[in-house]
Design a protein around this ligand. Structure first.
Ligand code: EPU
Length: 419
């Protein structure tokens, strides 16, 4: 198990190339199961979650090849059962349900349990499949969805915490091969949903309205192979912008979509940073001040839950008192206790963290608990005085491609140690 060691206090300067989006790549790879023809997906990040997805595709019968960010999938024949040993490693495995149901009219996938960021139900996905005419059975820890045929329907994906991103993906992937027209109301508007819809349309799908709360899918008889380049990872880009905010002179993130990062750049500007964008790049620099902020996570285009932990790290050294309310995953605060061990002053009140800015953080041995919490600890370590040792780095490797090399190129003193 690797650990990352950071000697804090070294200024970051320069530019970093952002990878393809994990949360786009995963459902897009799952969507390749919808056709027996060859699909070529470019800018696929080299991440452990992507490896798990490729293993699942191979287990389901697809031929999978991967060479420097390009993945080729040919799913000439598929079986419709994804067992526990494979899917347990990654919750996003659930997004093979939609394409398998669409193509094979049945799918069995081990039910995802809760995870460290909270309860992760899939009731909205299942409600959507049922509206399309599928029956749902839960047995032995697996969920089986099956239907003699799927028919279009109007489905609302509104849940207790808003809509669902992978649920929207799953219903689109099942409905694209259903008879008739499906309307998804209260759909997730995230750029990753739009990216998947664009790929499905390249495969011959007829999907309109992705990126709005109302998606209309006219079912087609079959889909064909297609090529697609995954969009830039807005969460990786936002994380590097915060690295620049915390420890940088001037840091530029390249190959990004600034329009996907508006909530994050607005928040950084409100904190006192200057953020400027040109042609697929964003540069951040500071003038020494860091203002406090009151922030709430929201579905896109609001401030993303996947940037909440990193923002808590930044605000721990902002002047005055900040508050961060988590509206999507109310328990997603595992980073707080570790940040406190580095000297942050944070109190949790339900789903709100109240952060009183301190002058400095100090390096400490800390434990990564989930992907974004781990990123927050890396960011805190860049700024902290002394050495920070982050254990259980495999959490970071799920979602950040070569984070240690990329930060090293910007001037961070960071090393990965095999334990
Ligand atoms: N929810 C339900 N019922 C459902 C589905 C979701 O109640 O059937 C609830 C969830 O418990 C949560 C809220 O709805 O409270 C939103 O969950 P959502 O379904 O949107 O999350 P997801 O689709 O499973 C994706 C990303 C997450 C990201 C969320 C929210 C992928 C692979 N994962 O998860 O990314 O936090 O959307 O934007 O796309 C990450 O990258 O670190 C990560 C966790």
């Amino acid at each position: 198990m690797d650990k990352i060691i950071i000697h804090g206090g070294h200024s970051l300067v320069g530019s970093v190339k952002i990878s393809g989006s994990k949360n786009s790549a995963l459902p897009i790879l799952a969507a390749t199961l919808l056709t027996e023809e060859t699909c070529v997906i470019q800018r696929v990040p080299d991440l452990s979650d992507v490896h798990y997805m490729l293993q699942i595709l191979a287990h389901l019968g697809a031929e999978v090849e991967r060479a420097s960010g390009i993945v080729t999938v040919k799913a000439e024949k598929v079986n419709s059962v994804a067992p526990y040993e494979i899917v347990r490693k990654m919750r996003a495995s659930v997004c093979v349900l939609g394409p398998l149901l669409g193509r094979e009219k049945e799918a069995t996938v081990s039910l995802p349990g809760g995870c460290v960021i909270g309860d992760r139900p899939i009731d909205l996905h299942l409600r959507g499949f049922q509206a399309l005419g599928a029956a749902v059975r839960v047995h032995g820890g697996n969920v089986k969805v099956f239907a003699p045929s799927l028919h279009g329907a109007t489905i609302s994906l509104k849940g207790k915490f808003g809509t669902t991103v992978l649920g929207t993906d799953n219903i689109m992937m099942a409905a694209v091969l259903a008879d008739g027209t499906t309307v998804i109301e209260d759909a997730a508007c995230e750029p990753e949903v739009v990216d998947l819809a664009n790929f499905l349309n390249k495969m011959g799908g007829k999907i309109k309205g992705a990126g709005t709360a109302r998606i209309v899918i006219e079912g087609v008889k079959e889909l064909h192979g297609a090529e697609h380049e995954v969009i830039a990872d807005r969460i990786e880009a936002g994380t590097f912008l915060i690295a620049g905010a915390m420890a940088g002179k001037e840091v530029t993130v390249n190959r990004v979509r600034p329009d996907h990062l508006v909530a994050v750049t607005d928040a950084l500007r409100a904190c006192g940073f200057s953020v400027n964008g040109t042609n697929g790049s964003l540069a951040i620099s500071g003038n020494g001040t860091r203002n406090s902020l009151n922030l709430r996570t929201q579905p896109y285009p609001g401030f993303p839950t996947d940037m909440q932990a990193q923002m808590c790290a930044l605000l721990s050294t902002a002047a005055g008192e900040s508050s961060v309310t988590e509206n999507i995953f109310p328990q997603r605060f595992m980073h707080i206790s570790e940040l406190k061990r580095m000297g942050a002053t944070i109190e949790l009140y339900g789903a709100t963290a109240r952060i009183r800015g301190v002058d400095s953080l100090s390096g400490a041995p800390v434990m990564a608990s989930d992907l974004r919490a781990s990123a927050a600890l890396v960011l805190a370590g860049l700024l902290a005085e002394g050495t920070t040792e982050i254990n259980r780095v495999y959490h970071i490797d799920r979602g950040y491609e070569m984070i240690d090399e990329k930060l090293g190129e910007l001037g961070a003193r960071i090393e990965r140690v095999k334990v």
